[in-house]
Design a protein around this ligand. Structure first.
Ligand code: NAG
Ligand code: NAG
Length: 178
């Protein structure tokens, strides 16, 4: 991966998911729909800072570099704004799993800490592509706990805002219990 793409790759790779139970509704196919926002701080520190631990292959500086491992703990908020209410955390990991270094395999838990889903969580897995802002990509909801026991479904992720220190993503979870 070219040096110039190292930073964007890292940012996109770190920006892993999102959660906040801002909107809940059913779509025509009977899926419950929840919309969350993942707030990740790339740089700096503070009460809302993302905690990231990265293990990088010696010959790769890319966040999506094959074999690299990133462990993260992001805040989930009900909205895009940085002062939106906190509804949970997005805790998980990403592994550079593409030889072309254009995606990583993410495995994470959306843990709710407020609102009607406080104490419940969703389990997710899927590829996180290195792609421009606005790209929609999909990952699988493989299960859950509490109010999400036996949940299945899919999560659509779109990066909606990037600054030089933060990355904010919209997550739309479509959940069924059938
Ligand atoms: C969430 O649930 C925990 C455990 O029951 C409780 O201590 C906490 O106050 C709740 N948080 C909110 C924001 O309701
Ligand atoms: C981020 O951008 C702001 C201006 O928008 C600038 O003041 C600040 O120094 C930048 N921070 C970094 C770490 O580049």
């Amino acid at each position: 991966m070219a040096a110039s793409s190292v930073i964007p790759s890292l940012l996109l790779f770190l920006f892993l998911a999102a959660v906040a139970a801002a909107a809940a509704s059913s779509n025509p196919n009977g899926y419950m729909h929840l919309r969350f926002y993942n707030h990740e701080r790339i740089l700096g520190s503070g009460p809302s800072a993302t905690v990231v631990y990265a293990v990088q292959r010696r010959d790769s500086n890319s966040g999506a570099g094959f074999g690299n491992v990133i462990v993260y703990d992001n805040l989930l908020r009900s909205g895009v704004e940085t002062d939106s209410p906190i509804v949970g955390r997005n805790q998980g990991m990403g592994v550079g799993s593409s030889l072309a270094e254009n995606s990583g395999l993410t495995n994470f838990q959306l843990v709710f800490t407020a609102g009607k889903y406080n104490g419940s969580s969703l389990a997710l897995q899927g590829l996180f592509p290195v792609a421009p802002l606005g790209t929609v990509f999909e990952r699988a909801i493989s299960g859950g706990t509490g109010k999400f026991r036996l949940a299945r479904g899919y999560l659509l992720t779109t990066e909606v805002r990037a600054t030089n220190t933060t990355l904010t993503g919209q997550l739309d979870a479509y959940i069924t219990f059938r």
